[in-house]
Design a protein around this ligand. Structure first.
Ligand SMILES: Nc1ncnc2c1ncn2[C@@H]1O[C@H](COP(=O)(O)OP(=O)(O)OP(=O)(O)O)[C@@H](O)[C@H]1O
Ligand SMILES: [Mg+2]
Length: 113
C-alpha cells in the first residue's frame, strides 16, 4: 500500500481528475496549499520588502492505493498535469502502514479499494 501525494497547479486539477477517472482511480483527497519548489517561487517585492521565498498556490492531492495502482496513478497525474514548464508539480510516493474503513472495520487492501 502506498500513499501518493502530488502537488500540482490548481488549473491542472480537472485534467488530472479526468485522467485518474479514466484509469479507474476514484478515491482522493484534495486541498489547497501554498508551496514553492526549486525556483523558490521567484523573487518578489512584498510591501516594500524583498522576500526570499514566494509561496504560490498549489493543489495537494492524496491518493492511497494498492501496489498495482501505483504506476497508473503516477501516469495519470503526469498526463493531466504536465505542460513541460517549471512549476508543473511533484509526486511523492510514501509507504503506507495501514488503512481502516471506519464503517466496517475492514483493513489493508480491502479498505483502500
Ligand atoms: N522538496 C519538496 N518538498 C515539499 N514540497 C515540494 C518539494 N518540491 C516541490 N514541492 C511542492 O510542489 C510544488 C510544485 O513544485 P515544482 O513543480 O515547482 O517543483 P520543482 O522542483 O521546482 O520543479 P520545476 O523545476 O519543474 O519547477 C511546490 O510549490 C511545492 O508545493
Ligand atoms: Mg519549480
Amino acid at each position: 500500500m502506498k500513499l501518493i501525494v502530488a502537488y500540482i497547479r490548481p488549473e491542472a486539477l480537472n485534467s488530472v481528475k479526468q485522467a485518474l477517472f479514466k484509469a479507474e482511480i476514484h478515491k482522493m483527497s484534495v486541498t489547497n496549499v501554498l508551496g514553492c519548489g526549486q525556483q523558490k517561487g521567484y523573487h518578489e517585492t512584498y510591501r516594500g520588502a524583498d522576500v526570499e521565498v514566494n509561496l504560490l498556490k498549489k493543489v495537494r492531492m492524496e491518493i492511497a492505493v494498492n501496489q498495482e495502482f501505483v504506476e497508473p496513478t503516477i501516469d495519470a497525474i503526469i498526463e493531466g498535469a504536465r505542460t513541460g514548464n517549471i512549476g508543473d508539480g511533484k509526486i511523492f510516493v510514501l509507504d503506507m502502514m495501514e488503512c481502516v474503513r471506519i464503517r466496517t472495520g475492514e483493513r489493508g487492501s480491502e479498505a483502500i479499494g
